[in-house]
Design a protein. Structure first.
Length: 195
DNA sequence: CGGGTTTGACCAGCGC
DNA sequence: GCGCTGGTCAAACCCG
């Protein structure tokens, strides 16, 4: 299995601040926004969704809809990766959050199943699985090796259920650009060099 | 007692 | 083939 990825989505831009910045907000008042603008050609795999929030209460649900919910001010970049070489396409979203907290409540319930020290990083990487039965979503959490003030969270997979504590906005318009598909070959640059 | 965490062992992929 | 590395397993442990 190759470790290369094709990445897309990733509009590198700033989004408006949460109009209701004082936490905690009840779920129905969370500010939310789709981040489905065309990605720039210069987007790099190393880019992360960067969320300048002290505490992230985010919900990532992809595809077909990527909805980000948070209860603090925001300014972020994001990326989405699609693994090309698996029988079933894995959906991966990684983002970097400036936070003192290792564990941030994203609305889902997670069970830790592993911890591993990573090469060239003083910080361990923690592995979590979604606790909901039948849901195979995983996430990895580690502190940024270059700036330990940031936590890098990587989600693998798509939840097959709704968040137990965050309202899911089914009425949100679906605005999927051509690049936002599961077809890795549709991404014209930064394609995998493997396989 | 049930569910979550810890942690060493194990396994697979990759490069040399 | 071998060693390194990242990811997962599972038994032991912890805690409410």
């Amino acid at each position: 299995m190759s470790t290369s990825y094709s990445s897309f989505l990733a509009p590198v831009m700033d989004y408006p601040a949460n109009p209701n910045p004082n936490p905690p907000l009840p779920p129905h008042q969370h500010f939310h926004q789709n981040i489905l603008d065309p990605f720039p050609a210069e987007f790099q795999l190393s880019d992360y969704l960067m969320l300048d929030a002290d505490i992230l209460m985010g919900l990532l649900m992809i595809p077909p809809r990527l909805s980000i919910v948070w209860s603090h001010r925001s300014s972020f970049k994001c990326k989405k990766e699609v693994k090309k070489d698996k029988a079933e396409v894995a959906h991966r979203v990684a983002f970097r959050t400036k936070s003192d907290l290792e564990i941030m409540d994203d609305g889902f319930k997670w069970r830790k199943y592993g911890k591993k020290s990573v090469k060239n990083s003083p910080n361990p990487r923690n592995y979590y699985k979604c606790s909901t039965g039948g849901c195979n979503v995983k996430k990895r959490v580690e502190r940024d090796r270059e700036d330990s003030r940031y936590v890098i969270t990587t989600y693998d997979g798509v939840h097959n259920h709704e968040s137990p504590c965050v309202v899911y906005y089914n009425q949100m318009p679906l605005m999927v650009p051509d690049g936002w598909t599961l077809q890795a070959s549709s991404f014209p640059h930064h394609s995998s060099s493997s396989s």
